[in-house]
Design a protein around this ligand. Structure first.
Ligand code: NAD
Length: 444
């Protein structure tokens, strides 16, 4: 058996391993590629709603095993053992997981304010990382995550699963092939008309400072007394979450950037407010934002937690010769060929002028049957029933872990999506236009 990290590093006890983490030098070499027969040992950091759902998806990829989980609420650690076996190692302190030599990769699904620290700590401990979106909570997180991925030679993939979707791949191919002509506008929305949609997640009946590690949850956030709402519904407060921009716009940016090949917008203007959910949250429940893209199109985004309409997530890409709509995992292209003649508006002119104008017009544009200008060809592409882009996103991640090739959504892509999304919060707060350089990933 070849010597690998797991067989080479034997640490006597976890306590010893945890202590030794602090003195481990940053890994300078990437691990050797793994064969398809090697099992990838995965650990979960942040075993909440998405962490558990991600783990289910990750374990559908052959050759992947969950060996450990960290969380700040004991009930979720208990449930990890119920779901994946009593031998899954559980802890409140993720550093104990990072010190384990039997962990190859970690899946980080903590609240946003922990993303950077957990990802950087994991990469420095030699682990590859699947990091949930939004990659950043504040702008300085971006360069730190990117540079740590580079210096440690670890794989870091961000968790906007649409980037691995077959439907989005089809949309990208269609746009590139000119299916809708020249792209000039993208509109997208992710509306939710429900209490759960507005982040009012259930608080367990045993929630207390005994069962929840409140100081660890707070981390770098302002120290405040125990607050179960803030622990379990953290998205509602900017100390931990990034509002609808970081939660939902970021998916729309990942999709837009993947499909168009753009690195991001140069200017953003946004407005919003807390219109309905006046429950103590400080994150708006309505947010509208507009962006300029240097490729010559505009993007408009909307999230609305308030209206009486249906929940919806979708895009419309408008081109010079049609539209391409994405709804869920279905792409619909409506091709509307450009008109062959410009038309006329002469009916208000004097009769003689109308006659003369029309005669000249028809010389230039001979009368043709009306086929063409009103013709709309509709084509529809749907992912197969039961298709999961999340499973494909994990398939792509584990493939990178094995081959050491850059993942489909690396840290730079993740920063460009999250950095663009957070412009909306900044613009709405300032009440003014904000600028961003999508190439250098710096605020203007
Ligand atoms: N890709 C997607 O479609 C998608 C969907 C939902 C959520 N997410 C992302 O997943 C992340 C988690 O969201 P969620 O809905 O699962 O939240 P959640 O509150 O259900 O779970 C977060 C868990 O992290 C734990 N935690 C907090 N600090 C920790 C720490 N220092 N160490 C270990 N565990 C810690 C909490 O105890 C909690 O159980 C968020 O960043 C969110 O944006 C992504």
């Amino acid at each position: 058996m070849p010597l690998n990290r797991r067989t080479f590093l034997k640490v006597g006890s976890l306590a010893a391993a945890a202590t030794s983490l602090n003195v481990l030098a940053e890994p300078e070499q990437a691990p050797a590629p793994k064969s398809a027969n090697d099992t990838i040992q995965l650990a979960l950091i942040g075993a909440g709603i998405q962490g558990q759902s991600d783990t289910r998806n990750a374990l559908q990829v052959p050759g992947v095993k969950l060996v450990a989980a960290a969380d700040c609420y004991d009930g979720r650690l208990t449930h990890c053992k119920e779901l994946w076996g009593a031998d899954v190692f559980t802890t409140r302190d993720y550093r104990e997981i990072l010190a384990r030599p039997d962990v190859d990769a970690v899946l980080i699904a903590t609240p946003d304010h922990w993303h950077k620290q957990a990802a950087v700590d994991a990469m420095k401990a030699g682990k590859d990382v699947y990091l949930e979106k939004p990659m950043i909570h504040v702008y300085p997180d971006g360069p730190e995550i990117i540079s740590t991925a580079r210096s440690t030679k670890r794989i870091l993939q961000v968790g906007s699963q649409r980037v691995s979707s077959v439907a989005y791949a089809k949309a990208k191919e269609l746009l590139a092939s000119g299916a809708i002509g020249e792209l000039n506008m993208v509109t997208a929305q992710w509306d939710r008309n429900s209490s759960i949609g507005a982040w009012n997640y259930s608080i367990p009946l045993d929630a207390s400072t005994e069962t929840c590690d409140w100081p660890r949850f707070l981390g770098s956030a302002p120290k405040i007394p125990w607050n179960p709402e803030q622990f379990f519904q953290w998205r509602k407060w900017s100390a931990y979450g990034s509002g609808v921009a970081g939660d939902l716009f970021v998916h729309l940016f990942s999709g837009t950037h993947f499909i168009t090949g753009s690195n991001g917008p140069t200017r953003a203007m946004a407005t919003g407010g807390i219109r309905y959910w006046k429950d103590g949250r400080n994150a708006p429940d309505v947010l509208l934002a507009l962006f300029d893209y240097p490729q010559g199109f505009n993007l408009s985004l909307r999230v609305n937690f308030v209206d009486g309409g249906a929940e919806s997530e979708g895009f419309i890409f408008t081109g010079s010769e049609g539209t391409m709509e994405i709804a869920g995992q279905t792409v619909t292209v409506a091709r509307v060929p450009r008109e062959k003649e410009p038309g006329y508006t002469v009916s208000t002119f004097a009769n003689e002028m109308q006659k003369e104008y029309l005669a000249k017009y028809r010389q230039k544009y001979p009368d043709t049957p009306p086929e063409g200008s009103t013709y709309t060809a509709i084509e529809k592409f749907s992912a197969p029933k039961g298709y999961s882009d999340s499973v494909d996103h994990f398939r792509n991640f584990f493939s990178s872990v094995r081959t050491r090739k850059q993942p489909v959504e690396d840290a730079t892509f993740g920063f460009r999506a999250a950095g663009a999304a957070l412009l909306s919060n900044m613009s709405a707060e300032k009440g003014s236009v904000v600028k961003w350089d999508p190439q250098t990933m710096k605020l203007g």
